[in-house]
Design a protein around this ligand. Structure first.
Ligand SMILES: [Zn+2]
Ligand SMILES: [Zn+2]
Length: 337
């Protein structure tokens, strides 16, 4: 029997249809070769070492002991948004309102190697990437008047990535997107009723329930949400209440690197390197939400396609049980572990 489940954080309903349930193998990505089997260097890749001249205006560089860069960031050559001298003033009448050139769009090259990904990297390497996200987010939000900043990663073509080289992106916006505003509003409403932080409560509930938990570390909980829209989606939520990822302590980023690496490795080896989107959902450092919003990382594998029902309703049909997804990923024995 199918059932509908309610996601308290997004106020969305999702249809869970176990009769459509498929085995984990049915979700295995069919791409060939998988990331780890590609060439480690490509002459034609703008993000591989040697292509640095193609990405001018470097904004961050972390080097190893041999002074070789390991992680670097730079402006996107084909930005979705650009920074201009005169910015921030909307022009046009109410029905033709426009904002010109207001925003930032940076790329973070996550490794020197073309054929790696966070799932295959060491915890120390993943930590470098997290530090880059955090440092650039902080610097950008201090320097510019941004309403919202989003760190995200598209892994694979069906997740929207046009370049194979491991990389992530940071976009700063002069406006608050409606889906983000809705999440803030919902968290605020929950808080206002005297119920505290919605996400702190969710962590408590998932910890107690256990059936959807993947990793339970000292400071973080990784779990398949009760009513997630896509199979094998995972949320990684800090146990300490904090509205802003960029304000994480160095020790927290170190611990998060281990948790994130493990979650992504379970997806990589359990589902054969699936395409996915990773989004850091966070409020700005000085922004609203200090008491009621709680940052987290959402990993959404691209294993199902949007069809008429999804487009027509905004609701999703989920062909697997979240508890079964969690059990499969949890029990997987990772190579070398
Ligand atoms: Zn490359
Ligand atoms: Zn909280």
């Amino acid at each position: 029997m199918s059932e509908m489940r309610y996601n308290v954080a997004t106020r969305d309903w999702v249809v869970v249809a176990p009769e459509r349930a498929r085995r984990p193998e049915d979700f295995h990505a069919s791409k060939s070769p998988v990331t780890g089997d590609r060439l480690s260097h490509r002459e034609d890749c703008p993000f591989c070492p040697g292509g640095e001249v193609n990405t001018p205006g470097e904004t961050l560089r972390f080097c190893d002991d041999q002074e070789q860069w390991q992680v670097r960031s730079f402006p996107n050559r084909f930005p979705a948004l650009t920074a201009e001298e005169k910015e921030g003033t909307p022009i046009g009448s109410l029905f033709q309102r426009r904002l010109v050139g207001s925003g930032v769009h940076e790329v973070v090259a996550e490794s020197r190697l073309h054929n790696t990904t966070l799932a295959l990297q060491s915890e120390a390497e993943v930590e470098w990437v997290l530090r880059a996200w955090s440092q650039r987010s902080l610097e950008l939000s201090h320097k510019r008047e941004l309403e919202h900043l989003v760190v995200f990663k598209n892994h694979g073509a069906s997740a929207g990535s046009s370049l194979e080289h491991p990389h992530s992106q940071i976009i700063g916006l002069p406006v608050l997107p409606s889906s983000v505003r809705r999440r803030f509003d919902d968290a605020f409403r929950f808080f206002q009723k005297g119920k505290g932080c919605l996400f702190c409560e969710m962590v408590r509930s998932e910890t107690e329930e256990r059936s959807r938990v993947l990793v339970d570390s000292y400071g973080f909980l990784a779990f398949v949400p009760f009513a997630s829209e896509c199979p094998y989606s995972v949320w990684i939520v800090p146990k300490r209440h904090s509205h802003c990822f960029a304000l994480s302590e160095a020790t927290e980023l170190r611990e998060l690197a281990g948790v994130l690496q493990q979650v992504l490795a379970r997806l990589y080896f359990g589902l054969r390197d699936p395409d996915y989107n990773l989004i850091v959902r966070s409020a700005n450092p000085p922004g609203p939400g200090k008491h009621f919003f709680h940052w987290y990382i959402a990993v959404v594998p691209r294993l199902t396609k949007l069809a008429g029902f999804e487009l027509g309703t905004g609701m999703f049909i989920r062909p697997s049980l979240p508890e079964a997804d969690a059990e499969y990923l949890r029990q997987l024995v990772l190579p070398g572990k």
